[in-house]
Design a protein around this ligand. Structure first.
Ligand code: ZN
Length: 127
């Protein structure tokens, strides 16, 4: 059986997109981030993924982005919520078995990046 867990965090940051009219001027948003991870259960601890540690990692990443210009922080990324979600997923995948990242922009719209998982799931088990 596979198990999933979620961690959430928020930050405020600025960005600018080339495509007018929406977001074409430098401006800010409140971003909500939700990260889903997947793993197999460790029956001794009844944990699949340490969600407190994941939440700490996500909070640290959001602290890096807080009150910054996302265009500067994410070189080469078009900072739509899709682009921000993909960037966050790439950063967290170095450590965590992330399957989905959703980014909500100013509480109104949400974009999701999803990673396809192999048939047997990610080879991630806590010990
Ligand atoms: Zn915007």
């Amino acid at each position: 059986m596979q198990y999933t867990g979620l961690a959430r965090a928020e930050f405020e940051a600025g960005h600018q997109l080339d495509s007018p009219p929406r977001c074409s001027r430098l401006h800010g948003h409140r971003y909500g981030v939700e990260v889903e991870v997947e793993g197999r259960l460790n029956h001794k601890t009844s944990l699949a993924v340490d969600l407190d540690a994941l939440a700490e990692s996500l909070s640290a990443l959001c602290a890096e982005l807080r009150d910054r210009d996302l265009n500067e922080m994410m070189p080469g990324v078009i900072t739509t919520p899709y682009g921000v979600a993909a960037w966050i997923m790439e950063r967290l995948l170095a450590t965590w078995p992330v399957t989905r990242v959703s980014v909500t922009e100013s509480g109104s719209t949400t974009a999701t990046a999803t990673r396809e998982v192999r048939a047997h799931g990610p080879a991630y088990v806590t010990h």
